[in-house]
Ligand binder design. Structure first.
Ligand SMILES: C[S@@+](CC[C@H](N)C(=O)[O-])C[C@H]1O[C@@H](n2cnc3c(N)ncnc32)[C@H](O)[C@@H]1O
Length: 400
């Protein structure tokens, strides 16, 4: 093992406020990951190539210059939240101001459409409940010509969220716009996404919402329908404000394909790569977060109301995954970069094949090592197969 002086160690913060429930998040593995990074770290910038929830930037972004990247734009919002430079003393009334502005929006919409009211009474029958849900779902065909900002009430009422919850999502999203161009824009958007994630009646992602086919499911959905977006929003924004402050490191945040990101980073960066392991495309699971960030009134498809411009990752396709790793390793070698790669024994390609590609690509110019850790992996399902034990690998490639 190399001896490393204190100055060149990555310093870990363990009190990072998390923002969304994210499939494959490395939140629980961060200490193991940082310990492994520290074994080869020499003070270089770190590129989080598939940042996802951007938890790594939260954990180390006050001690290391980060290049955070993910093809999904919401991930760059999380990274900018953790890596931003803030002077919160200048924004003492921020939360009250945002809530006042969102409240004004909610009142405007309610005045414009007083007939749109959907209440979940305690004595609701299953049939009555499903009627209320359907009425909300049908708002996708309603023309909201009298209010400018109506993306969520139109596209998602009665699906992952109720009409009332969608109204507040729209309201807070519009309130955030006043801060576009300033670093505090990102914590505001992240706090809305936190509220969306923890108030959704689905299982923490947006691949599909649940239907009520029994009284039990109905009651479970009603619990989510009654949650208040604004309460969750407030709580998270306060937490982020407590966690963040001045940060003068020269971080870069991008929303690029991993190949373009690798082309853009400086030579000798340390790259942490955590690509998707399974056939499930993140763009389908988290389309609603992308839409919140873009707020672009996309055409939506299928029951799950997905955006139709969803990214198809080569790491999620058996026919492309090998080539995707070859390109990754080639580009890392071209940059004389260090690589720490996370993968799992349940991935699209076996560890032996992955190592074979690594050895062929890096040749004798790199030393390639493997570490593993047993880990209970959340599959984000609600009941069956909620978690399963997997072995997570770190493949470490270090130029010799
Ligand atoms: C396993 S997750 C990363 C999880 C992350 N390390 C965390 O702790 O939250 C994989 C990520 O790869 C991203 N991704 C998939 N294909 C990509 C591509 N071609 N280029 C860049 N990012 C991609 C997905 O959007 C997803 O966020």
């Amino acid at each position: 093992m190399q001896l490393i002086s204190e100055e060149t160690k990555v310093v870990l913060r363990d009190d990072v406020p998390h923002i969304v429930k994210y499939m494959g998040s490395k939140r629980e593995l961060i200490p193991f990951l940082i310990q492994s990074i520290n074994e080869i770290y020499k003070g270089e910038p770190i590129c989080d190539l598939f940042a996802g929830s951007s938890i790594l930037s939260g954990a180390i972004g006050t001690s290391v210059t980060m290049y955070s990247n993910d093809i999904q734009e919401y991930s760059s919002v999380f990274a900018k939240t953790y890596l931003g430079n803030y002077n919160w003393d200048d924004h003492g009334n921020l939360i009250d101001e945002l809530i006042a502005s969102a409240t004004a929006h909610v009142h405007r919409v309610k005045e414009a459409y007083p007939h749109l009211e959907f209440t979940y009474d305690d004595d609701l029958t299953l049939e009555g409940f499903n009627t209320i849900e359907k009425l909300q779902q049908d708002l996708i065909f309603f023309e909201f010509n009298d209010v400018a900002h109506h993306l969520f009430i139109k596209n998602y009422s009665g699906t992952y969220w109720s009409y009332e919850q969608c109204l507040w999502i729209d309201g807070l999203r519009i309130a955030a716009e006043k801060f576009a161009g300033s670093s505090i824009y990102y914590p505001i958007l992240s706090s809305i996404m936190f509220a969306m994630s923890y108030n959704a009646q689905s299982t923490g992602h947006f691949a599909q919402y649940r239907d009520a086919s029994s009284a039990e499911t109905m009651h479970s959905i009603i619990l989510y329908r009654k949650k208040e977006i604004v309460t969750y929003f407030k709580r998270k924004l306060k937490e982020i404000m407590m966690f963040t402050g001045a940060n003068h490191l020269n971080h870069q945040v991008t929303a690029l394909d991993y190949r373009d990101c690798l082309d853009s980073i400086p030579e000798k960066t340390l790259v942490y790569a955590d690509p998707p392991y399974s056939f499930m495309h993140y763009s389908r699971f988290y389309h609603a977060l992308e839409t919140l960030v873009k707020y672009d009134y996309p055409e939506v498809q299928f029951k799950g109301r997905y955006r139709n411009d969803r990214h198809q990752s080569p790491f999620c396709k058996r026919s492309e995954v090998k080539g995707a790793f070859e390109e990754m390793f080639e580009k890392i070698k071209g940059k004389k970069a260090k690589l720490v790669l996370s993968y799992s024994n349940t991935g699209m390609i076996a560890l032996e094949s992955l190592l074979d590609i690594a050895h062929k690509t890096f040749g004798n110019t790199y030393k390639v090592m493997v570490k593993d850790i047993d880990y209970i992996h959340s599959t984000m399902g609600r009941i069956k197969d909620k978690s399963r034990e997997v072995t997570e690998y770190l493949v470490i490639a270090n130029p010799v």
